[in-house]
Design a protein. Structure first.
Length: 227
């Protein structure tokens, strides 16, 4: 870690998601992490002295959680939704609106926190492209405009599930996942496993050794398997 005494206080959103759950697991096993404040829509099945879970009633207004956000060293924002599961308007609200509410509340309580964003390959910061790409790009631009001293954005390609969590949808489970799993087995460079992505995010965020950076899929792979 760079000039940051242990134990580290971490804020995590989206711990019930496919990647977020692995981030939580890596944080729980990290000896430098002393406290994890998890904000989500539901509680986990975990019982760990490091973990404190908060159910948010309104993700667009987190001002009531200001005391809980004080003295946070690192924030991992993994909360999101699959674009096929909601309307375009709801997707933008969850991707951008929820993030803005989080950064507003966190910057007021812990302005020196490191912020780690679970983004996506294909994000368009120029406002062009498909709605998914524009929303992800807008979220990145919003984060870059904040005053957090270090901001790490992760843009993975295909994310291969290794745990019990899977993206929702019958088409994905029956068609897309078998196809992508075979392709990933032949050409791993197209993506990364959910567990390895989480490990890379935790390693970079906790160490905070680099200046603000956008991590491409290959850069993410290099964090967990350098060289």
């Amino acid at each position: 870690m760079q000039n940051r005494p242990a134990p580290v206080k971490v804020l995590l959103t989206g711990a019930s998601g496919m990647v977020g759950r692995h981030v939580l697991d890596h944080l729980l096993s990290n000896s430098d992490v002393g406290e994890i404040v998890s904000i989500g829509r539901r509680r986990s099945d975990l019982n760990n002295s490091k973990l404190r879970e908060i159910i948010a009633e309104d993700f667009l207004d987190l001002s009531a959680l200001t005391p809980d956000l004080a003295h946070v060293d690192v924030c991992f924002h993994c909360l999101g939704v699959y674009q096929s599961q909601v309307s375009k308007k709801a997707y933008v609200k969850i991707t951008c609106g929820y993030q803005e509410a989080l950064t507003d509340a966190l910057s007021a309580a812990s302005p020196d926190a490191v912020f780690v964003l679970f983004g996506a390959q294909g994000a368009k910061t120029d406002g062009k492209g498909m709605p998914f790409a524009r929303a992800k790009g807008q979220a990145e631009n919003m984060l870059q405009a904040t005053g957090f001293p270090k901001k790490y954005i992760f843009r993975p390609g295909y994310i291969h599930p290794t745990g019990t969590r899977r993206p929702p949808g019958v088409i994905y489970r029956l068609i897309m996942l078998p196809i992508m799993a075979k392709l990933f087995a032949r050409k791993p460079s197209i993506g990364i496993t959910d567990r390895d992505l989480a490990q890379a995010m935790v390693t970079v965020g906790i160490e905070a050794a680099e200046e603000s950076k956008v991590f491409s899929n290959q850069m993410i792979r290099d964090v967990v398997a350098p060289g």
